[in-house]
Design a protein around this ligand. Sequence first.
Ligand code: ARG
Length: 391
Amino acid sequence: MSECPVAASSEATCTAAALLYPRLRLDKRLSLKEKALAFFDLLALQQDGPGVSSARREEVLRDVARHRFYEHTPEELLWGCRFAWRHSVRCVGRFFWKQLEIRDARTISTLEEVAEFCGAHVREATNGGAIRPLVTVFPAQRGPQGWRIWNHQLVRYAGYRAEDGDVLGDPAEAHLTEVSLGLGWKPPARRGRFDVLPLVLSAPKGAPQLFELCQKDVLEVSLEHPDYMWFGEMGLRWYAVPIVSSMRLEIGGIRYSAAPFNGWYMGTEIGARNLADLGRYDMLPEIAQRMGILERREASLWRDRALVELNRAVLYSYRKAGVRMVDHHTAAQLHVRFEEEEAAAGRPVTGRWEWLVPPISGATTPLWQRSYDPSEYSPNFVYQRPAWEAS
Ligand code: ARG
């Protein structure tokens, strides 16, 4: 248990948390020593966490002074990842932050091993549809470059750009698709709108290499609609698990440049953005056309009507396929409970309103009339320069 003398009383823990958080701001000017000490104070406050002995603190301080580096124990890493999720101001799913599990991949030394761990992450997170929140942590970055996964997510669909600028597939992936083709990727003989991209991986030194995920590891859901028989004819599908792989995990001043993580989908991410955005799959005109409501007059609200039906199809299809997914109303309610728990623990309640409020029916959720403090604290997942710019 923690040696922090205040950890015994929750009121005192609350006060301690309030005092600690200013030291956890994501701030480039803080030294590694300051960041490490603040992280261990945070860990010591976690009553169901591993605690921090004074011997451990001394050891870390010694390593920081000597090597400008220290190594997290598996338990420190696990809780560091959970805190990183808890602090993610864009995430509406944080209620489940303590359920995050980890795969420790810090001992790898080759890209083949990175690819293997990525495949295992996809399998274990998918779990036959009973999706598990999971993070895989690769070795920390110690020099100018770290291990990198160039893909934005482990599973993502190619976007093939034609001469005229049109994209077949996901326009958001047009660049990575070009990179992959340039590295020698062989796409399916008949290119489609939903071709899973290969992994593009790089070591701290050296050129990127391509690896394919096993097809059978990638669970996908074909979309159908509960009332419209024709919906399935459009051939729409999406993958089961969003595994963000481009962000950097930061814990106590240590930077993990490759640390793919996942939760499960909220329906609107697919139904109101990926398949609906003008700059993505842009499916609303075709859906409205098939519904027989497409017209020039915006005031008919054909877009809105098509959007709701697309979202119904997404939620219906994932449920039918036994793939875990949350709707935006339930997710918003759970976020409110998360906010209440954070406040009760004396921690700052943070968030980015424009990310938390869902892209449809925002004002029907309890998040709409709340306001949020967008401050970001460590540990956290942060954006980093795209791998193709860093190399
Ligand atoms: N919005 C992204 C997508 O549609 C995924 C981001 C992470 N989402 C999540 N539910 N954990 O692919």
